[in-house]
Design a protein around this ligand. Structure first.
Ligand code: FAD
Length: 406
């Protein structure tokens, strides 16, 4: 078996690993030997899938409030040190054109392939070696550093950075091997939960019959601290998708309800009280604002008769119940669509064992972390990639400093 030595070994050539290599190779002084190992046949496979191929690389505004995990504040230092403005300046200087879309989301104007290729080329130009088809199977820690063992070689390194991502979306080649390696080094793994994934409804629900309808809603869930999102919801044959469902999946856990307001910009009780509404039926009125198929599905059977009466004839309680069916519509998803269709994973390497200012292990000096492998998951809107850039850069700078001090 081939045996090699390096100063800094970065495991994983995704967004965070490539950014880490760039930062570690950019400092002043004698250049360290930097090696990036990647198990896939090419770097950045997930990056190429991101944003439908155009990678939603960041957001106009990013803070730790845009993340979930046991301690999202852990992300603050990295995010403060590398802002969306910093990334935009870097992309402009690197010839990657971007465009801003709704909700402050910033995408590549052209294919993410150019972004991935630029990152890999810059790493190589700055002296980093990048080896593909190198799956790390075992890591041994020693007094002097770490040995990373793949099928064909072993690599001794002073500094090790785990940038192995999460097992979300396995079709991209993602798996949990990085987390298992982290556990073998003594890291606690916060249980994984697929997020940014569609939610499935029970077969008895009338909503999947609405497949294809998409409309803006306000959605929240019963999990404590769940924010409300006002974004488009898409009905599918199995349940709920679209940005609103993906966002709320970051907070939803089995057993939680979702409460959906299908007319989020409307004061429906006030509209029912308006003298002009009295002669209309509730169903007739609602169908002016919502597709008739949807309105019918939202009104429960026991209220169907009331919905067909003139609004002036309805009691206060009937009006309240009908308004609630539209504006506080409650559903209990069965489960999420799981890792196979999750854009990210909540959970991962516990941040409690890591210094947020350097991303170095508190118990194993020389071991650093970045990206989605950590228990930090972003909402929809470019936050996961921004975390990959910001944490990769912080880990890269800090590991180079750590090497200098040895
Ligand atoms: C379909 C899809 C669309 C997405 N769209 C967006 C978007 O538009 N905006 C956004 O912000 N986020 C998006 N995300 C999430 C985003 O892509 C990830 O959060 C981000 O790529 C994570 O970067 P990372 O470097 O931490 O991990 P990854 O990009 O997953 O990189 C980790 C790398 O480590 C390698 N690796 C793992 N284990 C080993 C091992 N044992 N040995 C060697 N190598 C190993 C992997 O092969 C991989 O290349 C999307 C995700 C998916 C799945």
């Amino acid at each position: 078996m081939d045996s090699q030595e390096t100063d800094i070994l970065i495991l994983g050539a995704g967004a965070s690993g490539l950014f880490c290599a760039l930062a570690a190779s950019a400092g002043k002084g004698e250049a360290p030997r930097i090696l990036v190992l990647e198990k896939n046949d090419a770097p950045g496979r997930k990056l190429l899938l991101a944003g439908g191929g155009k990678a939603n690389v960041t957001n106009r505004s990013v803070s730790c409030r845009d993340y979930v995990g046991e301690n999202p504040k852990f992300a603050s230092t990295a995010l403060q040190r590398y802002t969306p403005g910093d990334l935009l300046a870097f992309l402009e200087a690197s010839g990657i054109a971007v465009e801003e879309r709704e909700y402050g989301q910033i995408f590549c104007r052209h294919s993410a392939v150019a972004l991935r290729d630029m990152l890999a080329a810059r790493c190589r130009n700055q002296g980093c070696r990048l080896l593909t088809h190198q799956r790390a199977r075992e890591i041994r820690a020693s007094d002097h550093g770490f040995s990373v063992i793949t099928e064909t070689a072993s690599f001794d390194t002073t500094i090790l950075v785990l940038a192995t991502g999460s097992p979300a979306w396995p079709a991209s080649g993602a798996d949990d091997s990085g987390l298992l390696l982290a556990r073998s080094l003594g890291c606690r793994i916060v249980p994984l939960r697929p997020v940014l994934t569609p939610l499935l409804l029970p077969q008895t629900s009338p909503l999947p019959a609405l497949a294809g309808i998409s409309l803006p809603v306000r959605i929240r869930c019963s999990a404590p601290a769940s924010p409300a999102f006002e974004q488009p919801l898409l009905f599918t044959h199995k349940g709920l998708s679209g940005p609103a469902a993906l966002q709320i999946s970051c907070w939803w856990r089995k057993g939680d309800w979702l409460r959906i307001d299908f007319l989020p910009r409307m004061d429906l009780p006030a509209l029912l009280h308006a003298p002009t509404s009295g002669k209309a039926t509730f169903s007739g009125l609602i169908c002016r604002y919502l597709p008739a198929r949807l309105a019918r599905a939202l009104i429960p059977l026991e209220l169907a008769e009331k919905a067909a009466q003139r609004i002036a004839e309805l009691s206060r309680a009937d009006r309240q119940a009908l308004c609630a069916a539209i504006q506080e519509h409650t559903v209990y998803p069965l489960r999420s669509q799981g890792l196979a269709r999750a854009e990210a994973c909540a959970g991962g390497i516990d941040t409690a064992g890591i210094n947020p200012r350097t991303l170095e292990s508190l118990t194993k000096p020389g071991l650093f972390f970045c990206g989605e492998a950590l228990d930090i998951a972003g909402q929809l809107g470019g936050f996961n990639l921004h975390w990959a850039w910001a944490s990769g850069r912080l880990a890269g700078q800090a590991c180079r400093n750590a090497l200098r001090k040895r």
